[in-house]
Design a protein around this ligand. Structure first.
Ligand SMILES: [Zn+2]
Length: 216
C-alpha cells in the first residue's frame, strides 16, 4: 500500500529547485536555466580514460540537488537524474559497450547511505541501452574524496582503493563507467587504471555533473 497515493504529503518536486510539479520531472525554469554542458564543454580527458562527459556543471542548484540525493538520501531523484546521464551518454559516447559499471561505495559507505547513488545512475544508462549494469569493483574504506582539497590528496586517497571482483571479466572489453560527479577525475582515472591493467580494451566515463578541471 502506498501511504501517500495522491501525493498530498510528498508531492513530486523538481529535484533542482524543489518547486512542486504534477509529476516527477525537471521544471521548465530549470530546463531552461540549469548549467547544461554543451559540445566540447561537456568533455574532458582524465588519465587512462578515452573521454569523460558530463551533463551539467557542478554549481548552484545542481550542487544542492546532488547533495540532497547523496547525503539526504533522496533515492527517488535517480528517476529524473538517471535519464539525464543516459542522454549525455548518447550525446558523447560510442553506441556500444561490453560492460556498464560504476565506482562503488565501500561496504560501510553503502550501509550508511542505504543505496549506491552512482549505481542507480549506471542502471539508468544500462537500461536505456537495453542491458544491465555490472558490478566490477570492490572498494575498500577510504576518506571521502569531497573532503580532500588538492588533486594530489585525492589521487593518493584512491590509489589501490578499487580492486576487481573478477579480473577475467574485463579482458578485451570496452567499459563505460558512470558516476554522479567528476571533480579531479582521480576516482574514474584510478578505476580505469585497474581495468586497463586487467586487460580492458577501452574505458569511457559519463557523469551527471562536472566540477571543472582541464577539458579534453
Ligand atoms: Zn526546477
Amino acid at each position: 500500500m502506498k501511504l501517500d497515493p495522491l501525493g498530498f504529503l510528498f508531492p513530486p518536486r523538481c529535484p533542482f529547485c524543489r518547486s512542486i510539479l504534477d509529476e516527477e520531472s525537471i521544471c521548465p525554469t530549470c530546463q531552461e536555466s540549469l548549467p547544461w554542458l554543451i559540445g566540447t564543454k561537456a568533455r574532458r580527458k582524465p588519465p587512462n580514460l578515452e573521454l569523460c562527459a558530463a551533463a551539467l556543471r557542478y554549481e548552484g542548484n545542481v550542487k544542492g540537488c546532488i547533495h540532497r540525493y547523496k547525503f539526504r538520501r533522496r533515492r527517488g531523484y535517480a528517476r529524473v537524474l538517471g535519464p539525464l546521464v543516459a542522454q549525455c551518454a548518447h550525446d558523447h559516447m560510442p553506441q556500444s559497450f561490453d560492460l556498464i559499471s560504476w565506482p562503488p561505495l565501500s561496504a560501510k559507505g553503502l550501509r550508511r547511505r542505504g543505496f549506491d547513488q552512482a549505481r542507480l545512475l549506471a542502471q539508468a544508462v544500462a537500461r536505456d541501452r537495453g542491458t544491465e549494469e555490472t558490478p566490477l569493483f570492490h572498494k575498500r574504506e577510504t576518506a571521502q574524496q569531497s573532503r580532500l582539497k588538492t588533486p594530489e590528496a585525492r589521487r593518493a586517497n584512491v590509489l589501490g582503493a578499487y580492486t576487481l571482483l573478477e579480473p577475467a571479466l574485463v579482458r578485451d572489453k570496452r567499459v563505460l563507467l558512470v558516476d554522479d560527479v567528476v571533480t579531479s577525475g582521480a576516482t574514474l582515472s584510478e578505476c580505469a587504471r585497474v581495468l586497463l591493467t586487467a586487460g580492458a580494451k577501452e574505458v569511457w566515463a559519463v557523469t551527471l555533473a562536472s566540477a571543472g578541471g582541464p577539458r579534453a
